[in-house]
Design a protein around this ligand. Structure first.
Ligand code: MZP
Length: 497
């Protein structure tokens, strides 16, 4: 037995000290781009992302719709592996086949919903318009559109149905799936539309084109796309059925793979990494993890990992530390792994990016993770709150929530992630709710603005410079308690985000 002379620390235990802000530190000059996979030091990574945020490999988070939205804002998603090989490959293929500029309809209702329900939904999502479909889904038969301008409390009973006030499909400008993005945008401007529904021959809503996406496109100039301009997407794999799963995912077009395990410091992972190298050379890129120390990083990097994911027990839905007594505070884990990454790069000339996975409870923790040296961040709770997450939206006591559950919960029963051989014998995650936060696009804009503001205060224009020059101080228990009390007193509309 060995007791390390260290306290396991998390992000909330640190604050950044401002450095000198110079004239070149303006939001438009800040480069948040990050390498995703291994590359020679001084050369570009074959896969880079403009927005260093990545969706978790979780059923409550990853779906084609989420993957497309995250790639649109310059990040990356991984389709989860706790499903059949055919189902996962189909999700990957759906992302690769999606046409840029066309998005899944965010907010959809049945015609029988009440005006009160749609009003609350639009308000919670901070949106103006919703599609009305026969089954209330994003791919149901389109029956109409309803916007905030179609009803008013002083003129209409909020117990009336959406059907009574919607603009029926016969009165709408719609377009077929064959329309190009530039034709769709011309139609939007010529006919002064806010939204153009794209409807298939069977009357089903396929996607929508929004006027506001023009603005978004300006804001998120760097979508994550492949050489053929299709959205990039990752996929989770495990160390059990990899010989069958990986070829199917590669065939479906996955741009990068990631071993999905709660504890990746294992011979099983090294076996998969070596198998991928021998089968595919460098044409298939695969990350490994999760680990919490430099030794484990070194093991996986030597075995050929293209990136290494850090984090055990810090996930918002995770109870691994209670169940197994394993884990490490995310800040301490990152500091150790990042030191090993930089030493490995110096020794071998190969840079293996580090992904900080889980435990981001508020936006300021993202800046701290980058200051600690993370190349990019994987997040579950953050993305699960958005319209684009696949989990259901539920209303409780007048508030909207999205369901969010861990891969180690009895709902997901992801035994391969937890190395449990006889199915899931005990839980390592919980099944719960997160406050609904509306559109991913709006939230990511605000998050990026905050990260950039922190970097400006710290005098940095790139993540590498930020890591190299950041000055962190530990927060005393007393000031941490005081801050927590102050936070609970604040009640701004965005405080839950
Ligand atoms: P968070 O962003 O919600 O804090 O954490 C998401 C991360 O938690 C995932 O990427 C994954 O590594 C981890 N996770 C997923 N399920 C569980 C669980 O059931 C878990 N324990 O810890």
């Amino acid at each position: 037995m060995q007791i390390l002379n260290e306290i396991s620390r998390t992000f909330g235990e640190y604050l950044l000290l401002p450095n000198l802000t110079t004239e070149d530190c303006t939001p438009d000059r800040i480069d948040l781009s990050a390498p995703v996979v291994r590359h020679r030091v001084g050369e570009a990574s074959p896969l880079r992302i403009a927005t260093p945020l990545v969706g978790a490999i979780m059923e409550a988070v990853s779906s084609p719709r989420m993957a497309i939205a995250v790639a649109q804002v310059g990040g990356l998603s991984f389709i989860h592996q706790n499903q059949t090989i055919a189902a996962q490959a189909q999700m990957v293929a759906a992302v690769k086949q999606h046409k840029a500029g066309f998005r899944h309809s965010d907010i959809n209702v049945k015609p029988s919903a009440t005006l009160s329900e749609i009003s609350a939904l639009l308000q919670a999502a901070e949106r103006d318009i919703a599609a009305v479909t026969d089954d209330g889904s994003a791919s149901g038969i389109l029956l109409g559109l309803i916007s905030r301008n179609d009803f008013h409390p002083s003129r209409h009973s909020f117990d009336d149905t959406v059907e009574s006030r919607m603009r029926p499909v016969g009165q709408l400008v719609i377009a077929p799936p064959s329309i190009s993005l530039s034709e769709a945008n011309t139609l939007i401007w010529d006919r002064r539309l806010d939204v153009l529904p794209i409807v298939g021959k069977d009357g089903r809503l396929e996607s929508i084109v929004l006027r506001r996406d023009y603005e978004l496109h300006k804001q998120f100039r760097d979508e994550t796309i492949d050489a053929a301009k299709a959205f990039a997407v990752g996929a989770g794999v495990n160390s059990r059925d990899y010989r069958e799963r990986i070829p199917a995912l590669v065939e479906a077009g996955a741009d990068v793979l990631c071993l999905d395990s709660s504890d990746g410091y294992s011979q099983y992972q090294a076996d998969v990494l070596r198998w991928v190298r021998s089968e595919y050379g460098d044409t298939v890129r695969i990350g490994a993890g999760n680990v919490v120390d430099g030794q484990a990083f070194g093991y996986l990097a030597e075995a050929g990992a293209d990136f290494v994911k850090v984090g055990i027990g810090g996930g918002s839905i995770c109870i691994t530390r209670d169940q197994k007594g394993i884990g490490r505070g995310q800040a301490s884990a990152l500091a150790d792994v990042v030191t090993a990454r930089d030493a490995y790069a110096q020794r071998t000339g190969e840079y293996v990016p580090v992904c900080s996975d889980g435990g981001i409870l508020q936006d300021s923790h993202m800046a701290l993770a980058f200051a600690f040296g993370a190349d990019f961040l994987m997040m579950g709770r953050y993305f699960a709150r958005f319209d684009e997450a696949p989990s259901p939206l539920v209303r409780m006591e007048g508030q909207f929530f999205k369901e969010y559950w861990g891969e180690g919960s009895s709902r997901a029963r992801n035994a391969s992630r937890y190395g449990q051989h006889e199915g899931l014998m005990f839980e390592e995650g919980v099944d719960g709710y997160v406050p609904y936060a509306g559109s991913l696009y709006d939230n990511v804009s605000v998050t990026l603005a905050k990260i950039k503001a922190t970097m400006i205060s710290c005098g940095s224009t790139s993540l590498r410079q930020f890591h190299e020059t950041a000055r962190l101080v530990e927060v005393s228990h007393q000031s941490w308690l005081q801050n927590t009390e102050e936070v609970s007193l604040r009640s701004t509309p965005s405080s839950g985000r």
